[in-house]
Design a protein around this ligand. Structure first.
Ligand code: PLP
Ligand SMILES: N[C@@H](CCSC[C@H](N)C(=O)O)C(=O)O
Length: 467
């Protein structure tokens, strides 16, 4: 039998062999990209063959799957690389959840989930392939009440922190509750906001994890991709069946590029998080985006802020806070003006996150516009929310650029020879800005998150990336 997931064997081309005699014959230090769509068949020994056709399997994709396995500490037989994050959710649901012929499966999902995931679930519900119940999964009491009130929950889809409200779901607690109440319920975690470097949901009993590799894993906004990691190889096989049947697997070139992106994951993520912590603290302390008695509409949302009531909860099962944060100005018009400011030179106004470049967006008009306005309102989605996806640039340049946009939007005023910030929406007289806050926030990063990321990434690269 030619290559399929069940009979996958290590070989030079799969990237699983690391001993010297099996290295590339030209001594290449980087694994080549295998663009070939077909692989020659030896009819006398078909069992020895790993690949026949690239939709079914390809050496570049296998190497990537092996690497992702390292990241999540599972064998490559638990991993699938697919065309995008949305493909990942689609094939997982088709392979494991919506394939029932006996009933319409019930899915519980968060009320602040990525707009595209919401769209796919709405599509499945509208075609009677599934019934979706949305609930605030960050509110354990509310979640457990809803869960208990439903006869049979087939699947729970979790995302933490949520995109873009940064609400923390208590993953260990909620998954343990689900599995003791109903072991057959399939628990899926969208780990895009953290990446496998910050969080490994498989350690908390969930069945399937996926990430949009378009984000942190690749980090350069030059490919679309998704990765799926399962608790057992059997679960992976059920999903692989759909991937092979439909052609949702990641292409060889994309796989190769993603492998390259992975090599710098920890240094990128480390710097992004470092910058994000500084910016979040600066927004809150110096720019006045912090609720006061006088004005509770202004706030900064970030799980890396010590003032966040969910800071400790997040830190208890994650290695870092990620680099997505958001803030509210209390007025859609002011937020729109900041994002639309022509003064912006570094922050680019685009959807997505996890890239080395910093991005700024207005989710209600961009990434989350696919959620109906009435539904956003019902779920108390703040229309004035500005999302920042922090990159690796010099943090004081990022602060200055954002500050200029806020001044241009008439939200912030510089006082006393540019030394103090005044938030016109909050009557808040800020502290000395930019220079003073950097090192402080840097220390906070070290103090709370340490160097785990670098260590983990080194382990991953040095153990596995050999030809
Ligand atoms: C949290 C989250 N999950 C999944 C996706 C889907 O990923 P992709 O764009 O790679 O399909 C996105 C963004 O697109 C996302 O933000
Ligand atoms: N037009 C796209 C929007 C993609 S949003 C990408 C990313 N997940 C984010 O949160 O920014 C669509 O309709 O899917």
């Amino acid at each position: 039998m030619v290559q399929n997931f069940k009979n996958f064997k290590p070989s030079l081309t799969s990237g699983l062999v690391t001993n010297r005699s099996d290295r590339d014959k030209h001594g290449a230090s980087i694994h080549p990209v295998y663009l070939s769509t077909t692989f020659k068949v030896d009819l006398d020994n078909p069992e020895a063959q790993n690949f026949d056709y690239s939709r079914s399997g390809n050496p570049s994709r296998s190497l990537l799957q092996h690497q992702i396995g390292k990241l999540y500490e599972v064998p490559a037989s638990h991993v699938l690389a697919v065309a995008s994050g949305m493909t990942a959710l689609d094939v997982i649901l088709r392979g494991l959840v919506v394939s029932s012929t006996t009933h319409v499966p019930t899915i519980i999902a968060g009320d602040d989930l990525y707009g595209g995931s919401n769209r796919l679930l709405s599509f499945l519900s509208s075609r009677s392939h599934a019934r979706t119940v949305h609930v605030d999964t960050a509110d354990f009491e509310r979640f457990s009440t809803v869960f208990d009130s439903i006869d049979k929950v087939d699947c729970v889809l979790l995302e933490t922190p949520t995109n873009p409200l940064c609400k923390v779901v208590d993953l260990p607690r909620i998954v343990s509750f689900i599995k003791s109440a109903s072991p057959a319920t399939c628990v899926i975690v969208d780990n895009t906001m953290m990446s496998g470097l910050n969080c490994n949901p498989l350690k908390h009993q969930c069945d399937v994890v996926y990430e949009s590799a378009t984000k942190y894993l690749n980090g350069h906004h030059d490919i679309m991709g998704g990765v799926i990691i399962t608790r057992t190889p059997e679960i992976a096989q059920d999903i692989y069946y759909v991937v092979n049947s439909t052609g949702g697997g990641l292409s060889p070139l994309e796989s190769w590029l993603l492998n390259r992106g992975l090599r710098t994951l920890s240094v990128r993520l480390y710097q992004q998080q470092y910058n994000a912590m500084i910016i979040a603290q600066w927004l809150e302390d110096s720019c006045g985006f912090k609720a006061t008695e006088k004005n509770s509409a202004l706030k900064t949302r970030y799980v890396g802020l010590k003032s966040n009531p969910q800071f400790e909860l997040h830190r208890s099962f994650n290695k870092g806070p990620g680099a997505v944060l958001s803030f509210e100005t209390g007025s859609l018009e002011h937020s729109r003006r900041i994002v639309a400011s022509k003064t912006l030179q570094i922050w680019s106004v685009t959807v997505s996150f996890g890239c080395v470049n910093s991005l700024l967006s207005l989710p209600c008009m961009m990434s989350h516009a696919s959620i109906d306005a009435a539904v956003r309102k019902e779920r108390e989605f703040p229309e004035d929310l500005i999302r920042l996806c922090v990159g690796i640039e010099d943090v004081s340049d990022l602060q200055k650029d954002l500050l200029n946009a806020m001044i241009d939007a008439d939200v912030i005023e510089l006082r006393e020879n540019g030394k103090y910030l005044y938030n016109r929406l909050n009557d808040h007289l800020g502290l000395n800005t930019i220079a003073e806050n950097g090192p402080k926030a840097g220390n906070i990063y070290e103090q709370f998150y340490g160097n785990d990321l670098i260590e983990q990434d080194n382990r991953m690269n040095h153990r596995a990336l050999k030809l």
